[in-house]
Design a protein around this ligand. Structure first.
Ligand code: FES
Length: 118
């Protein structure tokens, strides 16, 4: 993956993935899955969101959580708290975690998602 070094790079990345993310979010399947989102805006990326995303993916894959999707989303609009992770269980309100580094990402999957409580 190309390294993001400018706002133009970020906008190009956003445009590249926007349609697939929207399709995923709007699909019927998404109504029955637990979703874990991580903000990948400029501030999120500066604060390690890419590593956070990788840690979330790895934990979900390692635990074989087939009913959990990890989704990169755009800017969360809360610069000081990025990266922000939300856990969304089907039919429930999202639970938000702020300043999520790799360690916290692992804890979120193991303590909250696996346990079925956010
Ligand atoms: S610019 Fe989007 S969170 Fe800072």
């Amino acid at each position: 993956m190309k390294k993001v070094t400018s706002r133009e790079d970020l906008n190009a990345l956003k445009a590249q993935y926007r349609d697939s993310v929207l399709m995923r979010l709007l699909s019927y399947d998404s109504l029955n899955r637990t979703e874990v989102t991580v903000t990948m805006g400029e501030c999120g990326l500066k604060n390690g969101a890419k590593d956070t995303l990788k840690a979330l993916f790895n934990e979900v894959n390692d635990a074989k959580l087939d009913d959990v999707s990890v989704i990169a989303v755009v800017c969360g609009g809360n610069c000081a708290e990025e990266p922000i992770v939300q856990v969304i269980f089907p039919g429930k309100e999202p639970v938000t975690f702020k300043k999520v580094d790799t360690q916290k990402a692992k804890e979120i999957i193991n303590q909250h998602v696996k346990g079925g409580k956010a």
